[in-house]
Design a binder for this molecule. Structure first.
Ligand SMILES: *Cc1c(COP(=O)(O)O)cnc(C)c1O
Length: 419
C-alpha cells in the first residue's frame, strides 16, 4: 500500500512495538546483568564522592582516576585499564594500543577483514600518513572473513615468526557485515592460541560494550580499546577513551600515551571524573536503550521496503544498525530528517562532505550534546554504493522512535518509498 496518512504510520508503529516486545524483554535481562556487574564494581572499589575531585597539572596521585580504572578493569574482566580524557577518540585509543605493543619488524594481523576506515591510515594501508605503523616498519596482513566468520584455519596457517598481534574488530563499523559475538571471538581466540600461544589478541571493542553479558577479555582477549563517547560513557562523558587488558600490555600503552617511565602515573583528570563514573554507571542502561532503538529502526525501515542490516530479529553484539537506500538522495534525505528530530541543532541541515580519515564523502546527522557522540542518536555514512547509512545510538529509546517516525514521514511525503 502507499502510505498517505499519519494514522497508517501510527498503526505500523503499534505493530512494530508488539513484534519487538519479546526481544526487548531479553535485552532487559542483559541490562540487569550488566547493571549488577557495574554496581558491584563500584561497591568493591568503595567509590565515594571524594573520587570525583580530579587533579591538575601532572595529575600525580589521582586516586579518583586510579579507582575509575580499577572499576573499568573489574567490569571488563581485565587486569588493568587506562581510562583517560587524553585518549581523544576510539581511533586514538586503538592507535595507542597498537603502537604501545608493536615494535619495528613485527607484523599485525587483522583477522576480521579490512579495519575501520580511520585505522587504514594509522596502519598504513591507505594514504601517505607519515608516522603510520608501516612508516615505523610494522607490517600488517589483513585476513578477510570467510562467510562473515573468522577464517581461523587460514589465520593459523598465515601466522609467521614476526606476527605479534592479532586484531579483531567486534563491531561491523562502516562495513556491511555482521558484528562478531563474544562466543565466536572466544572460539577463535582459543583455536588460535592453542597453536600460537605467544600471540597478543587485541579487540577493537567500539560499539560492543554492554551489548552482551560478557566482554572480550572474559573471552580470552589480551587487550581491548574503545571510545567514551560511545557505549561506556553512558552519554555523559564529554571526551575520552579506554584501553583495558593484561597489566604488562596496558603499561606499555601507558608508556606510549604519556612517556616511557611516566606511564599511568601522570594524566590530569581536571573536572571530568564525576561524569566518567556516572556515565559508566548509566552505560548498561543507555546501551540497551540504543539497542532497542536499532531494532526498532530495522523493523520500521524494513516495513518501508528498505534493506536494514541486521534484521530486527537477528542476534546483535553491537549497537550499529545499517540501512541500504536506493540512491544517495534517499540516504541524504533520511539523515537530514534524523537531524531535524534531534534535541540539538534541529534547525541545521547536514550535507555530505569530506572528513579527515575517511576516503569518501560522508554525511553525518548528529544533533548531539557532545560533538560526534555516537551513543547519542546519529545517522551517518560514506556516500558510496550501496548507499548505506549507519544509524546508532539514542540516549532514550523513545527519542529514536520519534526520530524514525519523523524520517519515515519525510521519505513517504516525497513518495520515495512505498509501504
Ligand atoms: C567508532 C569506531 C572506531 C573509531 O572511533 P572514533 O571514536 O570514531 O575515532 C573504530 N572502530 C570501530 C569499529 C568503530 O565503530
Amino acid at each position: 500500500m502507499t502510505l498517505t496518512t499519519p494514522q497508517q504510520l501510527e498503526e505500523i508503529n503499534k505493530k512494530i512495538e508488539e513484534q519487538c516486545a519479546p526481544i526487548f524483554q531479553k535485552l532487559e535481562s542483559i541490562e540487569r546483568h550488566n547493571q549488577k556487574k557495574v554496581l558491584e564494581a563500584f561497591q568493591t572499589a568503595k567509590i565515594s564522592d571524594a573520587h570525583f575531585n580530579g587533579s591538575t597539572g601532572y595529575g600525580y596521585d589521582d586516586f579518583g582516576r586510579e579507582a575509575l580504572e580499577s572499576v573499568y578493569a573489574e567490569v571488563f574482566g581485565a587486569e588493568a585499564a587506562l581510562v583517560r580524557p587524553q585518549l581523544m577518540s576510539g581511533t586514538h585509543a586503538i592507535t595507542v594500543s597498537l603502537f604501545g605493543v608493536l615494535r619495528p619488524g613485527d607484523e599485525l594481523m587483522y583477522i576480521t577483514g579490512a579495519p575501520y576506515d580511520t585505522l587504514e591510515e594509522v596502519i598504513g594501508l591507505r594514504g601517505e600518513a607519515s608516522g603510520s605503523l608501516k612508516d615505523f616498519g610494522i607490517s600488517c596482513r589483513v585476513v578477510p572473513l570467510e562467510n562473515e566468520t573468522i577464517d581461523t584455519k587460514r589465520v593459523i596457517n598465515e601466522v609467521s615468526p614476526t606476527t605479534k598481534v592479532i586484531a579483531i574488530q567486534r563491531s561491523r563499523g562502516y562495513a556491511t557485515r555482521r558484528s562478531l559475538s563474544i562466543e565466536e571471538i572466544r572460539k577463535a581466540i582459543k583455536e588460535i592460541k592453542e597453536k600460537h600461544p605467544h600471540l597478543i589478541v587485541f579487540i577493537d571493542n567500539c560499539y560492543g560494550e554492554f551489548v552482551e553479558k560478557e566482554e572480550p577479555c572474559e573471552a580470552g582477549a589480551d587487550l581491548i580499546a574503545g571510545s567514551l563517547i560511545k557505549n561506556p560513557g553512558g552519554g555523559l562523558v564529554k571526551a575520552g577513551g579506554y584501553i583495558a587488558g593484561r597489566e604488562d600490555l596496558v603499561e606499555q600503552c601507558a608508556y606510549r600515551l604519556t612517556a616511557p617511565g611516566l606511564g599511568k602515573e601522570v594524566g590530569p583528570t581536571l573536572n571530568q571524573l564525576g561524569e566518567f563514573f556516572q556515565g559508566f554507571f548509566l552505560a548498561p542502561h543507555v546501551t540497551i536503550e540504543a539497542l532497542k532503538g536499532a531494532i526498532y529502526t530495522a523493523a520500521l525501515t524494513e516495513a518501508m521496503g528498505l534493506s536494514p542490516s541486521p534484521k530486527w530479529d537477528e542476534k546483535r553484539t553491537d549497537i550499529v544498525q545499517s540501512v541500504n537506500f536506493e540512491n544517495a538522495e534517499q540516504m541524504v534525505l533520511f539523515c537530514q530528517a534524523i537531524q531535524k528530530a534531534s534535541p540539538i541543532n534541529s534547525h541545521v541541515t547536514p550535507y555530505p562532505s569530506a572528513m579527515p580519515g575517511y576516503e569518501s564523502k560522508v554525511i553525518m546527522a548528529a544533533g548531539t550534546f557532545v560533538q560526534g557522540s555516537s551513543i547519542e542518536l546519529s545517522a551517518d555514512g560514506p556516500i558510496r554504493p550501496p548507499y548505506t547509512a549507519f544509524i546508532q545510538g539514542g540516549l532514550t529509546f523513545r527519542h529514536v522512535q520519534l526520530a524514525l517516525l519523523n524520517a519515515a514521514e519525510a521519505l513517504l511525503e516525497k513518495k520515495r518509498v512505498q509501504l
